[in-house]
Design a protein around this ligand. Structure first.
Ligand code: ADP
Ligand code: MG
Length: 256
């Protein structure tokens, strides 16, 4: 039975997609069977996994609206060796079209039931909003991984996300918990990064992952080739950090 994780943070540009794609490839390299679900109409995870979002016959959009089965909409990330439920801008319309549907926050959860025996991990790349799409992700998941940049405003908005997770846990999905906070795009030369990082550890203790993802240009270059960073340049500092993070996550879940 698959363990399902949301990569969520309602801020944009904080490293959600980079984390989702590299974690997917990192777990696949550990011989885990992985499905990456792209829940963002921007389709960045889709492209980063090497699937062309411009030429999708079926995507997560049709799956959420019940027009296609999840299995039929799957694609393969050849570069990353995992499966992808792709997204493109069609998904932007889903929020409004889903208003008509019953139990609209449970659409992804229900669709995933079909394939939960086929994977060890399902990773959901959430859009940068606390929207119906993100709610679908949270209702489908066992846990949330929150990527954070160690900057002055990092903590702002975190309480909204944590509150949303609490509400979903209480009312819709008792399985849901915060698995951990992941420090990303870390620049050790910046005093502020160090300070915020220490603050995070003080506040959240064990919930902060030990692995820190550094700012690394190879991670930013990889998506333009449609190859996850951990495969594109495995020796780079960023790739090595994401590989370590995959191992830390597997160990943390085993201990839960
Ligand atoms: P989000 O999905 O939260 O919007 P992304 O993962 O797309 O964030 O990251 C935003 C931008 O930062 C992208 O251009 C990405 O390539 C870049 N980026 C993400 N993580 C790193 C990193 N560790 N080092 C360098 N660039 C990064
Ligand atoms: Mg993204």
């Amino acid at each position: 039975m698959a363990k399902v994780f949301c990569i969520a943070n309602q801020k944009g540009g904080v490293g959600k997609t980079t984390t989702a794609v590299n974690l997917a490839a990192g777990l696949a390299a550990l011989n885990k069977r992985v499905l990456l679900v792209d829940l963002d109409p921007q389709g960045n995870a889709t492209m980063g996994a090497g699937v062309d979002k411009a030429h999708l016959e079926r995507s997560v959009y049709q799956v959420l609206l019940g027009m296609e089965s999840l299995r039929d909409a799957l694609q393969k990330s050849e570069s990353g060796n995992f499966d992808v439920l792709p997204a493109n801008r069609d998904l932007a319309g889903a929020e409004i079209e889903m208003v008509e549907l019953e139990q609209r926050e449970l659409r992804l959860r229900q669709a995933l039931l079909d394939v939960e025996a086929d994977y060890d991990f399902v990773l959901i790349d959430c859009p940068p909003a606390l929207s119906m799409l993100t709610l679908n992700g949270l209702c489908a998941a066992h846990g949330v991984v929150i990527p954070m940049q160690c900057e002055y405003y990092a903590l702002e908005g975190l309480s909204d996300l944590v509150n949303t997770i609490k509400i979903v846990h209480a009312k819709m999905n008792p399985d849901l918990k915060v698995i951990g906070l992941l420090r990303v795009m870390f620049d050790p030369r910046m005093m502020l990064s160090q300070q915020v990082s220490i603050q995070l550890e003080k506040h959240f203790g064990e919930k902060v992952f030990k692995t820190i993802i550094p700012r690394n240009v190879r991670l930013a270059e990889a998506p333009s080739y449609g190859i996850p960073g951990v495969i594109f340049d495995p020796a780079s500092k960023g790739a090595q950090a994401y590989t370590s993070f995959g191992k830390e996550l597997v160990a943390r879940i085993a201990a839960l």
